[in-house]
Design a protein around this ligand. Sequence first.
Ligand code: EAX
Length: 327
Amino acid sequence: MGIIRRAALAAGLVAGLSAVTPAAAQTQLTLQHPLPTANSHYGAGAMAFKESLEKASNGRYRVTIQRNDNEREMIESVQIGTLDLTITSTGPVGNFVPEVRTVDVPFLFRNYAHARGALDSQIGQDILAKFPARGLVGIIWMENGFRHLTNSRHEVQTPADIRGLKIRTMENQVHMRAFSTLGALPTPMAFSELIPALQQGTVDGQENPIPVIVANNINQVQKFLTLTGHVYSPALLIGSPALWNGLNAADKALFMDAARAARDANRAKVSTDEQSGIDELRRRGMTVVTRIDTEQFQGALATAFAQYEKDLDAGLLKRLRDWKPQP
Ligand code: EAX
């Protein structure tokens, strides 16, 4: 049989097969987060999610990762279904799901093991269960990290050093109360507005985990860093109900496997970047105050803590605060 006939026969076979076995339907998903897509702790999580889901679904799902540094905007888009997934800090989430404000209380978590263990426990699941009623799907807890204070004015060693500083906060009532209690002037804004505000001197300082400060070169507009560790900043992978409610049980399981891969990669990156990031910020010229009297700061926040007990779910606060690893 001539080459042309063989080629024609082969082409006919392929055409026939494709008519009989339709290519598996492919679903394109978009995941947005506010940090550099390549080198950040959210970027590491997003990539791990993408790789896990695409591989496990044999390509039935394709994930496009994009940067969007307005967390409130991303949450709103997920809520109305124009965005499938977002990785965001809890910063603005409390404005959508009030129970989340509880995890933003300063000095609530003793350390990373406490925060991760409590949020991965039934306590964290109980908070995620509040999301669907608010038109969101809280898929898994992730991590932004312990937040530290930077400013352009002077070294901060004591709570009194914060008095009078205009501090950018997230759009988060819990954090704003804490800084106003310390005598600062909290100025809430989305992350997308932060660098210009620091450049123009609209605010004197801001607070963020070390990896966020490093990844966004905040050292270029801030001279002083104090390792206050004043609040642990959880993050979340949030999905749209439009996406989630359309998944069958088997695909939901694939999504959860991918979410756990995302969480683990994200937390590993935070652990790596936290210490190396402090050394890097020193190398970049920041003055770093490494030790503060945490009890002094907690004492200065006493009236805020009393108000949190009234405004938030005191029982949930106690469960989170008292969580300990099971023997
Ligand atoms: O989630 O807005 C903030 O300061 C957040 O920490 C940042 O967007 C990473």
